[in-house]
Structure formats: C-alpha cells, structure tokens
Design a binder for this molecule. Structure first.
Ligand SMILES: [Zn+2]
Length: 170
C-alpha cells in the first residue's frame, strides 16, 4: 500500500505517470494538481505521455511539458502519433504501447482519463490504464461532457505557482 500525502509532507521520491490522449489533455485535466505536487515534492519525477501528438500538436505537447516541469524532473514527453478520434479502431497498437510503457516505468501514481468520459479516445486510454497498470487517478477535461459516476480524487488547487496566462486552445 502506498502512503500518499497530498498536504506537502516530505516523502520519498515518487514516480508519477501522466497520461493524455491529446496534447493538451494532461494540462487541462490535471495540470494544477501536477504543478502543486511538483511544488510540494521537489524530488518527485513525472513521466509525461501523449498518445496523439501529430505535427504542430507534438510541438505544443513538448512546449507544455517543459513549461510545467523542470527538465531534471521530466521524463519525456513520450509522444505517439495515433490519429485523433480513431483510437478505438487501433486499440491493439495502443495496448502494445501500454505494454512497452509498463516495462520502462513503475509509477507510484498515475493520472489518466475518466472511464466514463464521452470522448472515445479518452475512454480507451482510461480502460487500458486500468487494464495494464495499477493505482490511477482520473482527470477530466471540463469540456468533454463526461458523466462522472465515480471520481477517485478531487483536489483543490488554489495556489499552484503557475503563470496560466499563456496561450491555450479552444
Ligand atoms: Zn483529449
């Protein structure tokens, strides 16, 4: 059993795995929590994986990850090029990506999509997270009409130390 303090209490180094379908999902879904955990736990390491980061979206994903975390604490970003909106139709390939990921990181905490998300890509990544890995916390984009039947954790992020005035996407 992992004892996870979310109140800023120092603890041993933890590996945090952040999973997003698209290049802005991690930032929108759980960016505040990542920033706060990074601030409270300066020794924690964050693995950043995006499953659909093609063309300009790849550059966007790299830039965002670098803005969130110091390079010494950022592993990745690992960027895949699965087509946006079509992930359920290449599920075997994405499952293979999860199996490969499992061999490279042993996360203490995982941020992934909600299994009840209305977006088919998000649901697939959530299912494969639970199928392949262990302890996960679901993040949720506010604009994907999810039906949240079960939420693992709500976290208040009233002070995260981020300049959130940078450009975003609609
Ligand atoms: Zn998305």
């Amino acid at each position: 059993m992992i004892s996870l303090s979310l109140n800023g209490t120092p603890s041993e180094t933890r590996q945090v795995l952040c999973l997003g379908c698209h290049s802005d999902d991690i930032e929108i879904g759980c960016g505040g929590t990542i920033l706060r955990l990074a601030m409270e736990h300066p020794d924690w390491v964050f693995h950043w994986v995006v499953f659909s980061a093609i063309g300009p979206r790849a550059a966007e994903a790299r830039k965002a990850a670098a803005r969130f975390l110091d390079p010494s604490r950022l592993r990745g970003p690992v960027l895949h090029s699965f087509q946006d909106g079509f992930m359920p139709f290449v599920g075997a390939e994405i499952k293979a990506a999860f199996e490969a990921l499992k061999k490279t990181v042993s996360p203490d905490l995982i941020f992934t999509h909600n299994r009840n998300d209305a977006h088919q890509d998000h649901r697939l990544i959530a299912e494969l997270t639970w199928n392949t890995l262990d302890l996960a916390v679901c993040h949720q984009r506010p604009n994907t009409r999810a039906i949240c039947r079960a939420v693992n954790l709500y976290r208040s992020n009233t002070s995260h130390g981020c300049d959130c005035t940078g450009g975003g996407r609609e």
